[in-house]
Design a protein around this ligand. Sequence first.
Ligand code: NAD
Ligand code: IPM
Ligand code: MN
Length: 361
Amino acid sequence: MNPIKICVLAGDGVGPEITAEALKTLQSVCRTRSIPLDLTEGLIGGCAIDAEGIPLSPATVEKCRMSGAVLLGAVGGPQWDCQPANLRPEAGLLAIRNKLGLFANLRPARVFPALQNASPLKNEIIARGVDLLVVRELTGGIYFGEKGQTEVDGNPSAYDKMLYSEYEVERIAKVAFEAAQKRRGKVTCVDKANVLETSRLWRRVVDRVRERYPEVELNYLYVDNAAMQLLRDPSQFDVLLTENMFGDILSDESAMLAGSIGMLPSASTGHGTLGLYEPIHGSAPDIAGKGIVNPLATILSVAMMLRYSFSLEEEACAVEQAVEESLAFGRTPDLADPAYPAKSTQEIGDFVAARAAEILA
Ligand code: NAD
Ligand code: IPM
Ligand code: MN
């Protein structure tokens, strides 16, 4: 078998801790299945600023381009928060997504039965079932529009322009409809079409794309209502299709259905074959270096990588099963429950790596 070639961008804060645990599982799966694994590492974010003066160097981009997939930890931290915008760690993350053309960000949120009590929402709401997929546009909108500081009537002011082309909306809409075809056949497009011109363009394009997927049900929700509905009755949702910033916010909200932001993985893809996999959470500076960060979102991102980038479905399922079983073995503090032993990041990582290998042996 050809080696699977991964570029690892650990990043800042908890990034090195979570990628180390995810790599344990990846290595254990590859060893068990005799899949050659070729790993390289690259710098991104604050650590790249410290080492190279910029948050993303051409060398890192090239390493990613030469790989079959990218595993990313997280970027950012208070020590870089006063940097100018283009020299912040976050600029490196936006740039890698943009340079690799990764316009589609898939953020699934489902509730493992063992975590039914972990959400702060009422159990009767969670018990109705949560299995949704946020399809977030990742390389357009307000994140990438012209921005700047200016003066209005003598007042220091700032602006961020939100711009979407029909082409950008069409390609992400297709991703959402195709995902829905393989799931429960329902797309909810989330926007602010009562106010924003970009949202009205989204609706026109999404209506048009939908004609090619007549069996998929489509409805629209304003983002404020969607935020409320996610807490009131999350089981109504299958695929949530939305623009960059709304998708960012709604996916963090969805994490609390699953019990912790430490449980949500993501996959970013484009027109090519290269995919980038990362947890949806950030560098969690408040808990970095303490050995308590939940590594499961990153390990579940490895499962998504095995499935989408390498078509290793059985291996992906084994990782997901091992993650699920780890919830009975023990938990990091974000999922603390007196009924289960408290475990460190490393102990959880060791358990999942070993268990995934057992399942596949
Ligand atoms: P965050 O996601 O890093 O943390 C939010 C809260 O959730 C914190 O209390 C943190 O301890 C907790 N948390 C996050 N992940 C966890 C995990 N796996 N296990 C247990 N607890 C976890 O968001 P923030 O605090 O708003 O941002 C911190 C830094 O991360 C900022 O610099 C921000 O720009 C950056 N950030 C990066 C990414 C990314 O790299 N993809 C995503 C979001 C935020
Ligand atoms: C995420 C993060 C990033 C985003 C930031 C750090 C640029 O919040 O990956 O969700 O907003 O996309
Ligand atoms: Mn985010």
